[in-house]
Design a protein around this ligand. Sequence first.
Ligand SMILES: Nc1ncnc2c1ncn2[C@@H]1O[C@H](COP(=O)(O)OP(=O)(O)OP(=O)(O)O)[C@@H](O)[C@H]1O
Ligand SMILES: [Mg+2]
Length: 160
Amino acid sequence: MTTPVQKQGQYTDSAQRSLGHLTLPGLASSVPIARAWLSGTLVGAGHGRLDDVLLVLSELATNAVRHSSSKLPGGRVMVRVSEVEVGLVRVEVIDEGSDDVPCRREPDFDRCTGRGLHLVEMLSKEWGHHRIGPICGCVWAEVPTRPGCLVSRPGAYQDS
Ligand SMILES: Nc1ncnc2c1ncn2[C@@H]1O[C@H](COP(=O)(O)OP(=O)(O)OP(=O)(O)O)[C@@H](O)[C@H]1O
Ligand SMILES: [Mg+2]
């Protein structure tokens, strides 16, 4: 995983403009730091209505530090954000891998967990996950940042 740096305004491809990335320790305390960074980055890029995208980031980042090897000593997690189109941002959370797979659980009213990815599903236009290299995992979501952009889509997909 790269060093904790932030880059602004780089283009990853013709359809997607990178707004930056941030690498943090794989700790629960990194989640609010990531939220504050994302909020500032998106405001700086002119986006509004950030509640949904910040909640999605919180769920994905919390999962990374709870369910992946990023939680191990020295582990880290990276957040990347880019613009897919006007009013739609893609948040990617890259962790250090797991034998487990990000997957929505059946609601279990006896347990307090298993709801995070349901929220991600509801708030995202699309979400999914894939491996990066032999070890790392990436969970991503594309979230509208302006009213009128939300498109419901049942189910997520796993790209290779
Ligand atoms: N980054 C990840 N790496 C590996 N497994 C993951 C990852 N994110 C989620 N999972 C798996 O998907 C399951 C569902 O995730 P979800 O966020 O919906 O629930 P949770 O994290 O268990 O509980 P909650 O988010 O409600 O506190 C997790 O229990 C875990 O098994
Ligand atoms: Mg969760």
